[in-house]
Design a protein around this ligand. Structure first.
Ligand code: ADP
Ligand code: MG
Length: 671
């Protein structure tokens, strides 16, 4: 048995249960050992004098009467005994767990987790804890068919089999010493079964450092690679042709757009490789800038590709590019396309008769061959993993890469988290936009909102209604949206045409609905968050978000950005009855500012980085234990160390660094 063995090799686990663990991403014994609890139950014993009525707590003491089981009725019974803690004696009862009798030895020390009944001065036991001193119990994320107990048992079994000892140290000795970090084996053991709070804190500090160190090592390597690349394309675009295009736009570029475009063009023109992040709030005009960069590539005889996260967006960008550049040949490529259409698109892309390509993930799939691909742009890049971006990049001959995002990333975080990229910012909205008015209302006021909405619709307005977000449950998400549509249909009757859109729909169905909405054949579009990114319907001036307190501020801001795209006054209505102060605060902040950066900072403070970037889709790796905000000091330290290592001359020849690189390749978040 070794770290790479299947769990089935462990005592007490068969192939069947091993298979269940795969749902948690646990395949090998190593995976199991590195599957850390996400919190601990504090089972520190309490004095009975401190217990409140109904409180659940751990009580320790000496068993002073024999345990006695009383049966009454079918399968019902009560186990009772008394425990002495200091001078106090407490009656303890367990219901319907007669088998516990064996565990309760007269005169022994015992720890019981139970519920306190003040009036009777008695404890209703829920659990007999294994060890008296076991005051922190790990709590793991579990899946169906695997209980907490099963996880703990499996981990214990792996540890008993000596597996933790096989985990080799993956941090260099000098770092362990410099930062006084716990060794790896000890840290892993303490993550699961800490001796006490400080043992756990030390273990956590070490594990976080390890995660962030490898993350930074990865970034620094990318950066070094980029710097040393002289094989980037020097895209010699036709400046006067580009200027003609800019003049032909129906509006002047904002100062911020001009400066972002200048950054991008300079990168393109230079022989080194462009790796730039273009940040700008929703509606700030990033897409226009991207289109101009694509046009510049075209004038240099190069293809460019724009990749977006959804087919709806691909269609939308495809349409607007064709509007901007009626004389160019532009292709659309999505996986939902009919085979014949797709085949001819692929052909045209490969033989170079196409100048620009817009599409979804289909752009990086096998079988797509480009013809002199010089520029790659991804929209809403936080939706793509690092791996996908790299695949895309490898499709061409090292094309320049521009990533656009409307998720404002606070500067400090951008430097450390996207350390290998340059950043341009569009920090002003086009002139003439009316600021969106945001209102927070309680559910009780919904009637009023709806009647106001009815007037707005009668006057030709269009409305988005976003159904509540149910994290991790697509089916509940759907049910909520369907219910909401029914309620609205019942309320509006003939007064509004209502359509429903959700993530389970087929692409062409979504597209059909979106088009109907754009063409004003639909007044109210009820939707789950699938409309979140990029969609552009200037006539829609109201967005109502149900249970808005369930969303992060950045996400609310993104949703709000669906309106306010034309010259009419737009409104965002947040419907929420938040129970917590933080929830109320969040709603208030939303009504007070339209500044995406400020909201992102607040989000970071309140909810941590995982929330801002969304789980999973984020381009930033998900950390098991570290948080980019909370652990910023560790991140910064790790960055310095990693940069130091990478900047040493000939470091790649040092065998010690080979070990590091090997570990880096193994670490799962970077591929
Ligand atoms: P983003 O991609 O940042 O969300 P878009 O590029 O889609 O923003 O622009 C949003 C809307 O504003 C589009 O309808 C676009 O035509 C328009 N727009 C872009 N730049 C300007 C500008 N400088 N002046 C006026 N309107 C603009
Ligand atoms: Mg956009």
């Amino acid at each position: 048995m070794d770290l790479q063995s299947s769990l089935a090799a462990l005592k007490g686990l068969g192939p069947k249960s091993a298979e269940k663990f795969q749902k948690l991403g646990i395949f090998t014994i190593e995976d199991l050992l590195l599957y850390y609890p996400f919190r601990y139950e504090d089972f520190k014993s309490k004095s009975i004098f401190d217990l409140l009525d109904g409180e659940k707590a751990v009580v320790t003491g000496t068993v002073v009467t024999p345990a006695n089981v009383q049966y009454y009725g079918f399968k019902r019974n009560r186990l009772s005994f008394k425990v002495k803690q200091g001078e106090a004696v407490v009656a303890v009862s367990f219901f319907n767990q007669p088998y516990l009798q064996d565990k309760i030895e007269l005169g022994s020390e015992i720890a019981i987790f139970g519920k306190w009944d003040q009036a009777k001065s008695a404890l209703t036991g829920m659990k007999v804890l294994a060890q008296v001193q076991d005051d922190m119990q790990p709590v793991y994320h579990v899946a169906q068919g695997i209980s907490q107990a099963a996880l703990v048992k499996a981990i214990k079994s792996a540890i008993d089999a000596g597996m933790a000892a096989k985990l080799s140290e993956n941090l260099p000795q000098f770092l362990l010493e410099r930062y006084r970090l716990m060794g790896r084996e000890a840290a892993v053991l303490a993550m699961h079964f800490p001796k006490d709070l400080s043992d756990y804190q030390q273990a956590l500090r070490r594990i976080k450092f390890e995660e962030l160190f490898y993350f930074q090592l990865h970034l620094q390597l990318l950066k070094a690679q980029n710097k040393s690349e002289t094989n980037g394309l020097a895209i010699l675009y036709d400046e006067s042709a580009l200027n003609e295009q800019i003049k032909a736009l129906p509006f002047p570029l904002t100062r911020a757009q001009q400066s972002a475009l200048a950054d991008i063009l300079a990168d393109m023109q230079s022989g080194s490789h462009m790796n730039r992040l273009l940040q700008g709030d929703v509606g700030s005009g990033k897409t226009v800038v991207a289109s101009l960069a694509m046009y510049a590539a075209y004038t240099a005889g190069l293809q460019s590709a724009l990749m977006v996260p959804t087919e709806i967006l691909a269609e939308q960008h495809y349409d607007s590019l064709r509007q901007f550049f009626p004389d160019l040949s532009i292709a659309l490529l999505t996986s939902g396309m009919k085979t014949a259409v797709r085949r001819s698109a692929l052909q045209a892309i490969a033989d170079g008769s196409v100048d620009m390509i817009v599409g979804t993930h289909a752009l990086i799939q096998e079988g797509v061959d480009y013809h002199r691909l010089g520029l790659v742009i991804t929209d809403e890049q936080h939706r793509f993993g690092v791996k996908q971006r790299r695949q895309f990049r490898e499709k061409g001959e090292n094309p320049d890469v521009l990533m656009m995002t409307a998720t404002p990333i606070p500067r400090t975080l951008a430097i450390t988290a996207f350390g290998e990229m340059d950043v341009s910012l569009i920090d002003e909205l086009p002139a003439g936009r009316k600021p969106i008015v945001t209102r927070w209302v309680k559910h009780e006021q919904l009637e009023k909102v709806l009647s106001w909405m009815k007037e707005q619709i009668a006057a030709g307005g269009q409305v988005y209604v976003i159904s509540p977000l149910i994290e991790e449950s697509e089916s509940l998400d759907l049910k909520n949206a369907v219910d909401l549509e029914h309620e609205l249909a019942a309320y509006f009757g003939e007064a509004a045409r209502i359509a429903l859109m959700h993530g389970r729909m087929k692409t062409d169905e979504k597209e059909r609905i979106m088009t109907a909405f754009k063409d004003r054949q639909v007044d109210i579009l009820v939707s789950t968050t699938v409309i979140e990114v990029g969609v552009n319907v200037p006539n829609a001036t109201i967005i109502m978000i149900m249970d808005a307190d369930r969303f992060g501020l950045s996400q609310l801001h993104q949703l709000r950005g669906r309106v306010g795209r034309g010259d009419k006054q737009s409104y965002a209505v947040l419907v929420a009855n938040p129970k917590t102060d933080s929830g109320k605060n969040r709603m208030r902040i939303m009504t007070e500012t339209l500044d995406g950066f400020l909201l992102a900072e607040e989000d970071l403070k309140m909810r941590g980085s995982g929330e801002i970037f969304g789980t999973r889709q984020s381009g930033i790796p998900e950390f098991k234990t570290a948080d980019l905000v909370e652990d910023y000091p560790i991140l910064e330290e790790a960055r310095k160390v990693a940069a130091d290592i990478v900047s040493q001359p000939n470091w790649q020849k040092d065998p010690r660094w080979h070990v590091l690189l090997g570990n880096l390749k193994k670490s799962d978040h970077f591929d």
